[in-house]
Design a protein around this ligand. Structure first.
Ligand code: CUA
Length: 344
C-alpha cells in the first residue's frame, strides 16, 4: 500500500512539474511574439482562427482516443493471475468506421484551411491602394525600400493603419524567413526569387518581428520592428524620410568628415546628400529617426553606438561590420557617434 501511495505521489509531482513547465513558457510581459493572442490585423486574425479551429478538433480527437484507450485498458485488464480476456480477430464494421471517420475529419479541416490559404495569398486590388515595400533580408538585418516614396530604411518598418501592405521579399544572400507574429507570416525569403506577403495592421502600435529561418551566427539577432501609425503620422514620416540628411554642426561635423572617408563608414553605408554612398550596410540617412540598430537588437544609445563602432562582432556574433576600435581614437569615435545621433 505504501509503495502504491509513493508512486502515486511521484506521478502527481511529475504531472505538476509538467503543468508548471508548460504554463510558465507562456509568461512574458505582453507576449510580443505570440501569434495566437492579441493579434493586430486581419491576416493574423485569420491565421489564429484557423489554428484554433484545428486545435480544438485535435483536442476532441485526443480526448476520444485517449478515453477509449483508458476505458479498454481498465475494462479488459487481467483480474486474476494468468487470465486472458476474450480473443477477437478483426471487425470489418469497426475497421471501416475508423477509416472513414479520419477521412471525414480531414475533409472538414481542409475547407477552412484552403479558403484561408487562398484568401491570404490573393494580392490586394489596385483600388485598395496597398503600400508596396521591398523587404530585403541581409545577414543579419532587414532593409526596407518603399519604391513609390523612394525611401530606404532598415530594421524599423513604418506602415499606415488600415491600409494593406504588399511586401516583396528578397534576399541579398541566403534563405531567411519573415515573420511579424501579431500581423502576419511566416514566409521564406529566398535568394533569386521574390515571395509576396500581404498584411495589414488594424490598430496603431509597435510590433516585433523576427527572422525565423536559421541563417547563421546572428540569426537570433535578426529582428525588426513594425511601427503602425495613422495615415497622417505615416505621411509625416514619409516626408521626413524624403529629406536629405541634416547638415551637421560642431562635433557632428567632425564625425561627418570621418564618416565620408572611403576607407571608413562610406565604404558600406549611404547618407543621402553626402559622398557616402556605400550599399553594403544599412542606409543611415535618417539613422537617428530609428530607436534601434543592428537588426533592431540594440537601443540607439551613445554607449551602445560607441561599443558597436569599437567592435561590432563582440556585440553581435558574426556581424559583418569590422571593428574600428584599433583604427580610431576615442575622440574620433565620439565624433562619429555625435554625427550618427544627429541624423534625424
Ligand atoms: Cu535571417 Cu535567420
Amino acid at each position: 500500500m505504501a509503495v502504491r501511495l509513493r508512486s502515486a505521489v511521484r506521478l502527481l509531482s511529475y504531472g505538476l512539474f509538467l503543468f508548471l513547465a508548460i504554463s510558465l513558457t507562456r509568461c512574458s510581459a505582453q507576449d510580443p511574439q505570440n501569434t495566437l493572442r492579441g493579434t493586430a490585423g486581419p491576416v493574423a486574425d485569420r491565421q489564429a482562427d484557423l489554428y484554433w479551429f484545428v486545435f480544438w478538433i485535435a483536442v476532441g480527437i485526443f480526448i476520444l482516443v485517449t478515453g477509449l484507450l483508458l476505458y479498454i485498458v481498465f475494462r479488459y485488464r487481467a483480474r486474476r493471475e494468468g487470465e486472458l480476456p476474450p480473443q477477437v480477430h478483426g471487425n470489418t464494421r469497426l475497421e471501416i468506421a475508423w477509416t472513414i471517420a479520419p477521412a471525414l475529419v480531414l475533409a472538414v479541416v481542409a475547407v477552412p484551411t484552403f479558403t484561408t490559404l487562398w484568401d491570404l495569398s490573393r494580392p490586394p486590388a489596385p483600388e485598395e491602394n496597398a503600400l508596396e515595400v521591398v523587404v530585403r533580408a541581409h545577414q543579419w538585418w532587414w532593409e526596407f525600400y518603399y519604391p513609390a516614396e523612394n525611401i530606404t530604411t532598415a530594421n524599423e518598418l513604418h506602415i499606415p493603419v488600415g491600409r494593406k501592405v504588399r511586401a516583396k521579399l528578397e534576399s541579398a544572400d541566403i534563405i531567411h524567413s519573415f515573420w511579424i507574429p501579431k500581423l502576419a507570416g511566416k514566409l521564406d525569403v529566398i535568394p533569386g526569387h521574390t515571395n509576396e506577403l500581404f498584411f495589414e495592421a488594424s490598430r496603431p502600435g509597435e510590433y516585433r518581428g523576427q527572422c525565423v529561418e536559421f541563417c547563421g551566427l546572428s540569426h537570433a539577432n535578426m529582428r525588426l520592428r513594425v511601427i503602425a501609425q495613422s495615415e497622417s503620422d505615416f505621411q509625416a514620416w514619409v516626408r521626413q524620410q524624403q529629406q536629405p540628411a541634416r547638415t551637421p554642426t560642431g562635433r557632428a561635423a567632425q564625425g561627418a568628415q570621418l564618416f565620408q572617408n572611403p576607407a571608413l563608414c562610406a565604404a558600406c553605408h549611404t547618407v543621402a546628400g553626402t559622398s557616402a554612398q556605400g550599399l553594403i550596410g544599412p542606409n543611415l540617412t535618417h539613422f537617428a529617426s530609428r530607436s534601434t540598430f543592428a537588426g533592431a537588437t540594440f537601443e540607439r544609445t551613445p554607449e551602445n553606438l560607441t561599443q558597436w563602432i569599437k567592435n561590432p562582432p563582440a556585440m553581435k556574433p558574426g556581424a559583418k561590420m569590422p571593428a574600428f576600435g584599433n583604427q580610431l581614437t576615442e575622440e574620433q569615435i565620439a565624433d562619429l557617434v555625435a554625427y550618427l545621433q544627429s541624423l534625424e
